[in-house]
Design a protein around this ligand. Structure first.
Ligand code: BJW
Ligand code: ZN
Length: 273
């Protein structure tokens, strides 16, 4: 492995130019420079709660009002944010690979929709999306971009506490059966959806270069993908401002912010050696 960062970037770009099936896994760090808070960093708290306190089926049964306020807050926040240079570099690399008839797929743990908005098409949103809802009774699932998602949540969800619990009948409800809906998001202790797991397994089988961006690599199953691929001797590149449990098995660790590094790693404006 080359010893300088520039040398490592050049090496990675050579590998990339020879790859036939690139798989990218992203986490909250890729959206940090768009102004979306990460989960485990500073700003990861909403009121006094951690995501692990709110993103669970138990929290939703205890207080659908509290959990909906949290998600309403995040939906409204994300609307004000834009994809950054890292999201865009990925979307452009995908387009270039597709043109060459090669595979390029993105698995994101993020629910913010910024990859979609950047134009990524081969996208697996493995934990769901803030703008999808699912009925707790009939299972009806749909995209919902309303702002606010329901009248009772207007001006609610502030990180400073702002009002009593909202009655369940006033929370977002199903168009089909009028029951309470929930965010179509995979919470802790819930299984990743089968169709999503199947798609991921297929890409892991085919992948010949794995790029992991802005994830703490602690939440499974995503945290296990680097290890699966490393056992198959697939080159792994990690981009992160910190080291993670994946760093020790990564072929390359690019230390720094994703919006700065990804254009250097992926863009086609730099001549390929
Ligand atoms: C930058 C940067 C910049 C900052 N540039 N980088 C095996 C072992 C142990 C436990 C389990 C296991 N298998 C399953 C579990 C249980 C559980 C789990 O993993 N627990 C662990 C915490 C121990 N997993 C599950 O429950 C999953 N379900 C499942 O596996 O079902 C089967 C099963 C269940 C139970 C037992 C066994 C099997 C479901 C997981 C669903 C995760 N859902 C969440 C919240 C919902 C979405 C939402 O509301 O937003 O998804 S949790 C939260 O963490 C969110 C994220 O997608 C996910 C990952 O976080 P991420 O993206 O890594 O963010 P951060 O903040 O942690 O890290 C940011 C990183 O960016 C940092 O490294 C920074 O340094 C970096 N960074 N700025 C580059 N500018
Ligand atoms: Zn319903």
């Amino acid at each position: 492995m080359a010893s300088t960062t520039t040398g490592k970037i050049a090496e990675f770009r050579r590998l990339l130019s020879r790859a036939h099936s690139v798989l990218v896994l992203t986490g909250a760090g890729i959206s940090a420079e768009s102004g979306v808070p990460t989960f485990r960093g500073a700003g990861g708290l909403w009121r006094q709660f951690r995501v692990t306190d709110l993103a669970t089926p138990a929290a939703f049964s205890r207080s659908p009002s509290l959990v909906w306020e949290f998600y309403h807050y995040r939906r409204e926040l994300v609307r004000t944010k834009q994809p950054n240079k890292a999201h865009i570099a990925i979307a452009q690399a995908e387009a270039k690979f597709e043109k060459q008839g090669k595979r390029f797929n993105v698995i994101t743990q993020n629910v913010d929709g910024l990859h979609r908005r950047a134009g990524t098409k081969n996208l697996i949103e493995m934990h769901g999306n803030l703008f999808m809802t699912r009925c707790t009774s009939c299972g009806f699932t749909e995209e919902n971009n309303s702002s606010p998602i329901c009248e009772s949540l207007r001006n609610r969800g502030s990180p400073a506490e702002n009002g009593p619990d909202i009655n369940e009948k006033d929370l977002p409800c199903c168009r089909k059966c009028k029951s309470l809906v929930r965010p179509h998001i995979v919470w802790f202790g819930e299984q990743i959806w089968d169709d999503v797991l199947e798609k991921i397994e297929k890409e892991i089988q085919l992948c010949d270069l794995f790029l992991v961006v802005g994830t703490s690599s602690v939440v499974y199953p995503a945290a296990g993908y680097a290890s699966i691929l490393s056992q198959k001797n697939i080159p792994i590149a990690e981009v992160n401002i910190e080291t993670t449990p994946s760093t020790s098995i990564a072929t390359y660790h690019f230390h720094g912010p994703a919006a700065q590094l990804l254009p250097q790693l992926l863009s086609s404006n730099i001549d390929d050696e």
